[in-house]
Design a binder for this molecule. Structure first.
Ligand code: PMP
Length: 422
C-alpha cells in the first residue's frame, strides 16, 4: 500500500468493492452509540465480525461440538475434520507448504512466546543477541526480556527514523556473529509502517540467522505468502482478521518446529506417557497440548474464507483509498501531527494535537459515536523515541467509508475548537 505525499487523486485507485453491501455483513456497523451512528475506527485493536463467522461459530456450538482427536463417535470425528480443515484453510491463506506447519495458539502473543520459550529456551545462551526494532509491540519485546533474565541473552534494538521507518542500514550494522535471532513486526500497529520483510529476511538468512515475523497487523490488510517471504516463523491473531478472539496461529517451517522442544505438556501432544519417560508427537500436535479452541479455529477459517471471497485486491484498494483520504483530511486540521509517515503503510493513523490529551480526544470522539484507541498502543518504547507517552489512533478496515472519515474529521475539528479555541 503505497501512500505518496502530494498525490491528491486517490480516485484513480477507486475500489472494486461494494462497501455498502459488505457493511451489511457486519451487524454491529448498523448500531448507534450515544445517539449517533457507530463509526468504528479501532480495527487495529480488534476487527468486527461478519455474520458468516458468527453463524459458523453458532452452528458449531449448536450442532457440531465434541472434543476432537480422541473420539471414535460421529460428532468427535466431525469436529476433528472441521478443526483440521480449518488448519488447511489457514495454510492456504498464508501459503504454508503444509497444514501441519500451522500451530493454533491463543493469538500472536502466545505464538511469539512459544518461539521465545521453546526455541529461545533451547537455543539461546548468555551473550547471544536477539535483534528487534524500536517499533515493536510489547508482545515482541517482553518475551525476549524474560530470556534476558533467565538466560542472560541481550536484546538489541534497531532504530527508526522521524517518519517511523526502520533505518535499514543501522539494522544491518547490528547484525553480528552474536545475533542468533531476528524478530520484527511485518506492519506496525502504532505507526502503520510496513517493514520491507522480504529484504530483511534475506539479509538475515545470508548470515544464517532465523527470522520471526509478527504478522498481527499485516495479515488483515494484504496477502501473506510465508514461502515467498521465506520467514522461519510467522504469527497472527484471529480477532484482528475478522475472526474470533482467543485464537491465532504460529506458522513455522516444519523441520524447525519439529526440532523445537514442547512448549506446554498435557493431552494430545504426547506419543506415549510413562513414569519412566514420555515421548512427544510431531507437529502440529506437539505444540497443541490440551483441548484447543476448536470453535475458534473453525471461526478463524470462516473469517479467512470471507476475506478470500471479497479478495485481497479490493480490500487493499479500499484501505489505500481510506488511508489517503483520511490523511489528507486530517492534514486540514492545523496543529494536528501524524506519527508514522512511512511511504509504505497500512491504514493506521496515529496522531497528536498538542495541548489536548489523547484520552480527552478519545472520550469526546466517543460522545459522537466514534471509536478510536488512545494511549501507548502497547508500544511504550516507540513513544519514548518520539518524546510522547502516547497518541490517538484511528485504524481502518475495508468496511469503513469516506463518509465516516468526514464525521471523524468534523468531530476532531469541534474538539480542537472546544479545547484550544479557533
Ligand atoms: N503484535 C502486534 C504488532 C500487535 O498489533 C498486537 C496486538 N495489538 C500483538 C502483537 C498482540 O496480539 P494479540 O493481543 O492478539 O496476541
Amino acid at each position: 500500500m503505497v501512500l505518496k505525499k502530494g498525490n491528491t487523486s486517490p480516485l484513480i485507485d477507486r475500489p472494486l468493492l461494494n462497501v455498502q453491501q459488505v457493511r451489511e455483513d457486519f451487524p454491529v456497523l448498523a448500531r448507534e452509540v450515544n445517539g449517533q451512528p457507530l463509526v468504528y475506527l479501532d480495527n487495529a485493536a480488534s476487527a468486527q465480525k461478519p455474520r458468516q463467522v458468527v453463524e459458523r461459530l453458532s452452528r458449531y456450538y449448536a450442532l457440531e461440538h465434541a472434543n476432537i482427536h480422541r473420539g471414535v463417535h460421529f460428532l468427535s470425528q466431525e469436529a476433528t475434520s472441521a478443526y483440521e480443515a480449518a488448519r488447511a484453510t489457514v495454510a492456504k491463506f498464508i501459503n504454508a507448504a503444509e497444514p501441519r506447519e500451522c500451530i493454533f495458539t491463543r493469538g500472536t502473543t502466545e505464538a511469539l512466546n512459544l518461539v521465545a520459550s521453546s526455541w529461545g529456551g533451547a537455543n539461546l545462551q548468555a551473550g547471544d543477541e536477539v535483534l528487534i526494532t524500536q517499533m515493536e509491540h510489547h508482545a515482541n519485546i517482553v518475551p525476549w526480556q524474560l530470556l534476558e533474565q533467565s538466560h542472560g541473552i541481550k536484546l538489541v534494538v534497531a532504530p527508526i527514523d522521524e517518519r517511523g521507518q526502520l533505518i535499514v542500514e543501522e539494522w544491518e550494522k547490528l547484525l553480528s556473529p552474536r545475533t542468533k535471532l531476528v524478530a520484527f513486526c511485518h506492519a506496525s500497529n502504532a505507526l502503520g509502517t510496513i517493514n520491507p520483510a522480504k529484504a530483511l529476511i534475506k539479509k538475515a538468512h545470508e548470515r544464517g540467522i532465523p527470522v520471526l515475523l509478527d504478522g498481527a497487523q499485516s495479515s488483515a490488510h494484504f496477502k501473506i505468502d510465508v514461502q515467498e517471504l521465506d520467514c522461519d516463523w510467522f504469527a497472527l491473531s484471529g480477532h484482528k482478521l475478522f475472526g474470533p478472539t482467543g485464537i491465532g496461529v504460529l506458522y513455522g517451517k516444519a523441520d524447525l518446529l519439529n526440532a523445537m522442544p514442547p512448549y506446554q505438556g498435557g493431552g494430545d501432544m504426547i506419543e506415549k506417557v510413562s513414569f519412566s519417560g514420555t515421548t512427544f508427537r510431531h507437529i502440529p500436535e506437539r505444540f497443541e497440548a490440551g483441548t484447543p479452541h476448536i470453535a475458534g479455529a473453525i471461526g478463524l477459517a470462516a473469517a479467512m474464507d470471507y476475506i478470500e471471497s471479497i479478495g485481497h485486491k479490493p480490500i487493499e484498494a479500499q484501505e489505500r483509498d481510506l488511508l489517503h483520504y483520511a490523511t489528507e483530511r486530517m492534514r486540514e486540521i492545523e496543529g494536528l501531527k501524524i506519527y508514522g509517515e512511512a511511504e509504505n503503510k497500512v491504514a493506521v493513523i496515529s496522531f497528536d494535537i498538542p495541548g489536548i490529551h489523547p484520552n480527552d480526544i478519545g472520550t469526546m470522539l466517543d460522545a459522537d459515536g466514534i471509536a478510536v484507541r488512545t494511549g501507548h498502543h502497547c508500544t511504550m518504547p516507540l513513544w519514548e523515541r518520539f518524546g510522547l507517552t502516547g497518541t490517538t489512533r484511528a485504524s481502518f478496515a475495508f468496511y469503513n467509508t469516506r463518509g465516516e472519515i468526514d464525521s471523524f474529521v468534523e468531530s476532531l475539528t469541534k474538539i480542537k475548537r472546544m479545547f484550544l479555541g479557533a
